[in-house]
Design a protein around this ligand. Sequence first.
Ligand code: ATP
Length: 900
Amino acid sequence: MAKKFVIMITQSKLARWHAVTIAETLLRLKADPTAGLFDAEAKNRLSEYGANELTSIRPPSPVTLFFNQLKNSLVIILIIATVLSGVLGHATEAITIAVIIFFTVVFGFFQEFRAEKALLALRELSSPVASVIREGVEKEIAARFLVPGDIILLKTGDRIPADARLLEAVNLKLEEASLTGESVPVEKHHEQMCGEAAVVGDRRNMVFAGTSVTYGRGRGIVTGTGMKTEFGSIASMLETVKREVTPLQKNLNRVGRQLSFIAFFIILGIVFLGLFRGQPLLEVFIFGIAIAVAVVPEALPAVVTISLAIGVERLAKRHALVRQLPAVETLGSTSIICSDKTGTLTCDQMTVRRIFLGGGKVIDVSGDGYAPQGGFFMGSVPYPVTPQLRLLLQAGALCSDARIVAKGDAWEPKGDPTEAALVVVAGKGGLKKELLDDEYQRIGEVPFSSETKRMTTLHKGETRMTAYGKGAVEVILNSCTQYETDTGIEPLTADIRTAILRHAHEFATDALRVIAASYRPANDLLSAERDMIFLGFFGMIDPPRAEAKEAIERCRAAGIKVMMITGDHPITAEAVAKELNLLEPGKKVVTGPELAAMSDAQLDNIIENISVCARVSPEHKLRIVEILQRRGHIVAMTGDGVNDAPALKKANIGIAMGITGTGVAKEAAAMTLADDNFASIVAAIEEGRIIFTNIKKFLAYLLSSNLAEIGIITTASVMGLPLPFSAAQILYINLVSDGLPALALAVDPKETDIMERSPRKKNQHLFSRSFIALMIFGALWSTVVNIGLYIWAREAGKSLEWGMTLVFASLILFQLLNTYCFRSGHFSTFHLPFANRWLNRAVVWELFLFLCVIYIPTFQTALGTVPLSLLDWAIAVLAAGTIVPVLEVAKWLVRRSEDA
Ligand code: ATP
C-alpha cells in the first residue's frame, strides 16, 4: 500500500545552492546557461553521479523472486508433507511431492518474473521526461538521464525532474505540498537570494524534484539528481509504484477464504471417515493436504496479477500506458467516456482558414498544414496585407509561444498547435515570428489558462510599449472598449459587439475554432487587460480524426456513452460533434456556465442526455464526474492541464494525454494515451474487456475442475468406495495438469462480440449466469460420469490401480476438453475451436506428460498408475467426450433464457 506522506523538512543536509549567486552556481557546476552541456560531458557526469532515479524503487531480483515462491503457504504445506513422508520412510511419496513442489516453484517463478518484467516496462514507458538544453538545442530526454549542470526548461504543468537553481522565472509558481506540506502554490524568483539557513519551503530561488509548476515558466540549472535531491532524502519513505490489491483480487481473496472454510469441513469429514475405516494416519494426512490444495484456489490472486500485468503489456501496444494494475480491470467496465475535443477527437492540426477583421471584412486564407506558404483572398481576389491585417497577424504571432521548424520538406509545430497556426498565418503575411520577437521584445506575460481562456503579453517597441491579447472571442471582447477598422480606431458599441459575435457564430457553425486578438499601449501588465482595442479573429480548422467517428460507433454498440467535454465555443463543439456523429438530432449542447447554474438535482435529471459540454472549465469536469458516478457510472475522463488533475483522480479511469498532457495530469491519471487519440481509449476498453473476460474464463474453469474433484472424492467416500485418486494424483492434476491450460485461457483471443455487450455493472457478480451454469453443469457431469466409470471399473474385476488410472485418465481428459468449452460462456465450443494456439500447445504438452506418467515405470511408481490399453483409452475418451455436448446444451439453455 502506498503510504501517505506529508513531511515537513526543516533543514536539509544537501548543498546550500539557494545561498549561492547564479554566476557562482554556473561556475561551480561548469555550465553554460544558453548552450547547456555537451553530450559527451553529460555522459561523463551520468557515470559519475548515476541516474536521476530513486534507488528505493528497484524491482526485486530474480533470486528474491525465487525465494518468494518458497514463502507461499501452499509450498510450505507441501514441504512439511514431504519431510513427514520422508521421516516416516515413505520415500516414493516424499520424492513425488518434492517433484511437484519443484514444478510449482519453477512455474510460479517464471510467471512472476514475467509479471515483474511487464511492470518494469510499464514503469519505463510512463517514466517522466524533462526539457533540457544540450549542445545549444532544446530537447526532451528521459528525466533519468539528467545530470548536475543540465539546463532545464519549466512550464505550467511540469513535474520538476531534479533539484535546480533558477536562472529565469516568469510568473513562476510551484506546488510543493509533497515536500513541505504547504498546499498553496509558492512564487519563485530567480534573482532572490536566500540565507544559508533558509528552510526548503523558503528557498524561493530553487525548484525541487517531485514538486510541480502550477503557473508560469522558467529555466534552471540542475544542482542535484536522484537520491541527492530533497525528495530523494525522504525517498525511503515512498513507494512510487503502487502495488495495490485490485478489486478483483479482493473478491477472489474473499472467495478463497470461503472455499477454505468449506474445504476445512470436507477434509475433516474425509479424514475422520478414513481413520474410522482404519487407514494409516500419514496416508490420511497427506490425502487431506492434497484435497486442501484441490479446493483452495491459493494461487488465483497471483495468477490474476500475472494476467493483469500481461494485459498492461498488451495495452501498451495499443498506445495506452497504464500506471496501476486495477485500471486494467476497471477499463473493462467503463460505461461512459468523457473526452476532450481538441487533439483527442480532432487531429490537433490547426490551420487558419478564415479571418475576420474589425469593421466587418471576412478574408479567406489559402495553404495547407504548417507550411508558411499561402495567401489572403476576398472571394477569388487576392487581399493585400493592409496595416490593419498586419496588426492582427502581428498580435497573433507575438502573443504566442509556438514555433514552426522545418523538418526535411515538411514543417512541424513546436508548442501549442493553436498558436502554431497563428505563427503560420503571420508567415503567410510575410511576418516572421523570430524577427518580430527581436523587434518587439517580450517583457511580461499572463499565460493562457483554460479558466481565463486568454493570454496577454507585453512588448517593448522602438517608441512605446504595447500589450497584445488573444483568446476566446467573448472573453477578448469583454476586455475591449474600442475596435480597429481600416480607417482607424472606433468605439465598440453594443451593436458592433453583437455583429462581431454573429460573425464568430458563423465561423463556429462551419466547425472553425475562433481565436480573437486585441492590443493596447500599456506600460505594465496590471492595466494591460482593460480598455483594449479589438482587432479581429482567426477561424481555424482542426479536422475530426477519421478513426474517432468509427470509435464512437463502436462505443454505441458496446453500450458505452461518449460525452465531449471541451473548452471550445459551443457552436464549434456542436459542428465537430455533428461531423463525428456524436450529437444525436434534437440534442442540445450545454455550456460550462449553464452547468454551474444548475443544482445537483437538475443536473442529475439531464446529465444522461448530454453529449456535448462546451466552454467547460476544469472545475466543471470534477462535478460532471461526481454526478455521473453517483448515477452508477464507471467514468473514464480525459485531461491534460494541471487543473484537470482533481477530475482525473476522481474519475474511475483518469486518462492523461501523452503528447499534450502536463506532467501533473499524467501523474494524476491511471492511464496515459501515447497518441492522444480517442480511438486508443476505445481500444484500451476493448482490451480491458478481453482481459477481464479471460480472467473469468480461467477462474470458472479452475473452480469447475476443483468442484468436480471434490464431488468425485466426496461421493466415493460417502458411498463407502475406496478413494478413486491417490494424494499424488490429486496434486498432479491441480499443480501440473491444470496450470498451463488455465493460463492459456488468460490469453484467449477476443470473442467477436466483445464490443457488442453492455458494460459490466458496478456491483455485478464476477460470474455471469452463463459461467455459473457452465461451472455447475461441468462439475456435476464430471462427478456423475467419473463415479459411474469407477463403479463400473470396480465391477470389471480388475485391479484397484487399473480402475484408479482409468478414472485419473478420464478426469484429465475431461478437464482438458473443458478448457475448450470454457473459452466462451455462450458461443458454441465449435465456434473457432482451435483459435487459441497457446491452449492447443498447452493441451498437447499436458497429454504428452500424462502419457509419460502412465507408461514410464518411475512415474508409474510415483503416481501409482498402470499402463492403459487402447480399449481403456477409448473408454476414457468416450466418457470424457460427453462433457462437450452436455456443456453445449447448458450454453444453449442460457442463450435461450437470455433471449427470452
Ligand atoms: P479541449 O478542452 O477539447 O481540449 P480546447 O483546447 O478548445 O478544447 P481550452 O484549451 O480550454 O479548450 O481552450 C478554450 C478556449 O480558449 C478556446 O476555445 C480558445 O478560444 C481559447 N484558447 C485556446 N488556446 C489558446 C491559447 N493558446 N491562447 C489563447 N487562447 C486560447
